[in-house]
Structures are given as C-alpha cells and as structure tokens.
Design a protein around this ligand. Sequence first.
Ligand SMILES: O=C(O)CCC(=O)C(=O)O
Ligand SMILES: [Fe+2]
Length: 308
Amino acid sequence: MNEIPRVHPNIKTTKLADLIEKFGAAIIENLISKELVNKIHEEVGPLVKNSPLGNDEFEGKMTTRTGGLIARSPLIRKLVANPLILSTIEEIFGNDTHLQVNQGQLIAVGPGESCQPVHRDQWLYGHYPFPGEYEAIINTMWALTSFTAENGATRYVPESHKLPEMTKFSRHKNRNRLDYAMNSEPETARFRPEDTIPILLDPGSMVIWSGKLYHCGGANKSQETRWGMNIGYTRGWIRQEENQYLSFTPDLLKEIDDDMARLLGFSRSTYGHGWAEDMRDPLDVARGRTGHQGFGDPLSAPNKLGHV
Ligand SMILES: O=C(O)CCC(=O)C(=O)O
Ligand SMILES: [Fe+2]
C-alpha cells in the first residue's frame, strides 16, 4: 500500500508537485512552529467557541466549522500565502492564469463525532468529470492539535485519486442535496470509512491533497477536540467554495495588499473573465482606483501572484 510521503518544508516545488501527482497527497512535517500553533489557538479560539455544530453527517453534528478565517485572522492570512504551497499549486495548475483561495475554515471535530462520508473535494463542482490530469482543487489541512486515529484524523483511500469519475448526469429528482453532493446513495458509495486509513499529524504539520483523492474526516472516539485548519485552492475561473467577497468588506480590503486580494479572488483570471464596470480590473474597482484596462492579456497583466 502506498502511504502518503512525509517531506521536509525545504522540499523543492517540482518534487512536491510530483509527489502529489503520484500519491494524491503529501505530508509536510513541521511546516509551522508549536509557538505559532499556540498563537493561532489564542487568536481563533473565541471564534471557534462561538461557531455552531454542523447540521448533517458531512458537516459533522459534533463538529464546528469556523469560516471567514482569512478575513477574521491576520495570522492565518500569512499561512494562506505560504510560498511553497502557492508555487507548488501554480505548477500543478500549469498555465491556467490565476490561482485563488477556495475556502479557509477551522474544522474542530468534537468527541463523539462519527466518520464523514468518503468523498472527493472536486464533487463540489456538481460531479463534473475533469480529465485525469486536470486538477480543479488542491486542499490543505494544517494540524493545530495532533491528528490521531482516535481523535478524528483525516482519512484517505490510497491511490484513489487515479480512479476515473463515475459521473451520472441526470435529474436527481428523488435525491437530497447531500446524496447528490456525495455522487452516490450511501449504500452504493464507492468507498466506505472502513476502506480508509488515517493521516497522522503532529501539531504544526500539514497534509496537502488532490481534489480527486477519496478521503473523509475520521470519527472522534477520544475525549479531546481535533483542530484542523482547512485551506483550499482552486482555479481562477471556478467559483470559490467560500464567498470571500462577502467576508472582505471594502474597509477590511484596505488591510491586505494587492497580491493577497488577488489570491482571495479579487482578480481577473482567464482572458475576459472577472471584469467589472467598463471591463476594468475588479481589484481597481473594489479599491476605488481609476483607470481603464479592457480584457488585456491576463498573462502580462498584474493578476498573477507577485512572486510569479
Ligand atoms: O475534517 C477533516 O478531516 C476533513 C474534512 C473534509 O474533507 C471536508 O470537509 O471536505
Ligand atoms: Fe473533503
């Protein structure tokens, strides 16, 4: 069985991209210090405390999901723009024009939680059968507590990212939204929790995985709460999972620089995509800047990340 490889944070971008392609995931050990983990606990602890429990078995009825994290936590903004992660995902996405954050949420899995349905994150996009080599999502989970087999560590099915999608486009008249999102009735699911193995992480380590990898949040049979910071990335032409435009009010937008704003989706992506007013750059419009741009050439326009 092919275990997810464990790598050091000084790994080269191309090597990390290769591992994600081969194994569907990679674990970057000790990406942030225990001190930073503690600071994040202090900063987001009150938000987590006030977050509601989930409504169904996917969200997790004993789990809280604290969203708007990037808007609400300056510490987390720094992690979202981690240069190794961004450059690796840019390499995986290839020559598409823009990489953006998909969602940023803190998933706190409480004692008594059961296993989440096994899924692919790219099912977010209505089961669209993206070609095998085309990644629509790269997701990350940063361990802010230990991730153990007992406390609800994320679990995965080895090699499952290589399986073709089983899309059945139909009217889905008699299916509820969760079954629809899961692309199968529970009894016909391709994988069940017993087909998965846990991803064990120390606090400060992180796992990065393909939107095609079958995985789930694990059951929490311990007395402790598992904290994972889940930050996902998607291509600029795809609608983001979490609506950053509503989290970042014009005032809050002033707190972040242009690179960060573009990473959060205030950007054009492919040619002619995402303009506002008279075909102007959406960030100029959001910031109240003047100037006309037109569609322009998205590869030469400043809509890529600053470090590219
Ligand atoms: O909490 C976890 O470990 C995984 C959550 C997950 O996969 C999801 O919400 O898509
Ligand atoms: Fe997931």
